[in-house]
Design a protein around this ligand. Sequence first.
Ligand SMILES: *Cc1c(COP(=O)(O)O)cnc(C)c1O
Length: 360
Amino acid sequence: MGSRDNFMQRVGAIFDSHWLTNNGPVVQELESRIAGRLGVRNCVAVCNGTIALEIAIRALELTGEVIVPSYTFIATAHALHWQEITPVFADIDPATHNLDPAAVRRMITPRTSGIIGVHLWGRPAPHVELKAIADQHGLKLMYDASHAFDCSREGIMIGSLGEFEVFSFHATKFFNTFEGGAVVTNNDALAEKLRLMRNFGFAGFDNVIHPGTNGKMTEISAAMGLTNLDAIDSTVETNRRNYHTYKETMAAISGLSLIAYDETERNNYQYIVLEIGEQFPVSRDDVVKALHAENVLARKYFWPGCHRMRPYRDLFPHAYLMLPNTELVASRVVVLPTGTTLPAEAIETIASVLRILSTY
Ligand SMILES: *Cc1c(COP(=O)(O)O)cnc(C)c1O
């Protein structure tokens, strides 16, 4: 979190203004600062990342089947299923944890209308290949960029790939608005459509011109966003330092590997992703148990994969046959704690637990 004083000042101004929600000045300021930072024409702030995905999917008029990874947070798939669109899971590249373009090609059918790429851990999905596939097959393309806020690819900020890029500003993300999210796009007409959908389709008083929902962000959430934007560079710097400390301490432990970030790009380093190799003497599940026993909140991610969760495991009971790399990666990954509140000595403590396990 950014500065408490900074936040309280903004909250005071909201109390004085009596403008609590409905596209208020604080939401508008947040939108213009995000659009400026990411170099995109339009930012539409909404109440959470899942609604952001849902309205983006609707604005693109996706139907039938849409290809997504299974190795992602469940909301990527749910946002489709909620609208009676079938998420079709394509396998990932085990080296990047991102969609494998060859696997995406294999999952295309006559019912496919689009692809939603995910920039997992903030590392860009193979956007050049995905764009080529989408163009060749006449598919719509958008991105779930929930992990990739403030990250770049080829020196350009994530935000202008596909028709839309969608962010989550949930409290568990490194940049948060308590709950919140945004859709960014360079397409002004689509942005206008999103703004209508976010507010019941209202175009001025008494005039509803579009189907819509209630996806509005509150002024208090936007105030938190501005406060956290003021602090974002120092937050990222802390995350970067934590990542490098982890990297140095883990390097000596054989059988473990931390995922790499391209240091020539801007990264947010919000995920410390450890892979437990086959040579490591203790299983991934036992590593997590041992860390929990030492009060370390390590987590399996995105285990067991969307395709093994309901309703998808009932709808597509054989999906795992197409997803060997998803199954492999989901069985190996442990995500370790980081962020500005991680005590300085914690990383060495966590490494010492892993060092002991490595001698079993
Ligand atoms: C967090 C997250 C979401 C959901 O965002 P909410 O703001 O929690 O609704 C969607 N996709 C991915 C990849 C996420 O990490």
